[in-house]
Design a binder for this molecule. Structure first.
Ligand code: RP5
Length: 165
């Protein structure tokens, strides 16, 4: 990697979200996209949220991925504070299975968009892939990495199920 400045910021409401959000980080590592991960709770550390998002563009970030669970205000608040693209990942919760997170994130008011992904790990993975697709619009190296990742994954799909007669 020649450019070490992070172009994707992965943020989350709590340490407990990392188990899910690390899946986004792993994809970005695999595709060699510089990124950083931060715990920035909208409810517990609104000061940290304002500071981080307010300086995100100046700090070279181009896409933000925000994961939160329950009354998941974080992705929406991030979108309120920036014009960078924001992808939201609803964290699976014990109480309501993540439906609470999903509805909190997806139902944004018109004009303040959060690209909302699936609940849990699949959402985190896809948020990272969407972030890569955004960066690939004007970065041919990233585009190549994304195409190769897709090709490898699709090639690995077996034609027949295991243990079929
Ligand atoms: C949210 O509350 C976080 O995003 C997390 O998913 C949830 C629970 O947080 P902890 O109680 O595990 O810190 O703000």
């Amino acid at each position: 990697m020649t450019d070490t400045k992070p172009s994707v910021g992965i943020i989350m409401g709590s340490q407990s979200d990392w188990t899910t959000m690390r899946e986004a980080s792993e994809i970005l590592c695999e595709l060699e996209v510089p990124h950083e991960s931060r715990i920035i709770s909208a409810h517990r550390r609104p000061d940290r949220l304002a500071e981080y998002v307010g300086s995100a563009r100046d700090n070279s970030l181009r896409v933000l991925i925000a994961g939160a669970g329950g009354a998941a205000a974080l992705p929406g608040m991030v979108a309120a504070l920036t014009t960078l693209p924001v992808f939201g990942v609803p964290i699976q919760t014990k109480a309501l299975g993540g439906m609470d997170s999903l509805l909190s994130i997806v139902q944004m008011p018109r004009g303040v968009p959060v690209g909302t992904l699936a609940i849990g790990g699949a959402g985190a993975t896809n948020a990272a892939l969407l972030a890569v697709a955004v960066l690939a619009l004007d970065d041919s190296k990233v585009l190549e990495a994304l195409k190769n990742w897709r090709m490898r994954r699709n090639a690995a799909l077996p034609e027949e199920p295991n243990n079929s007669p």
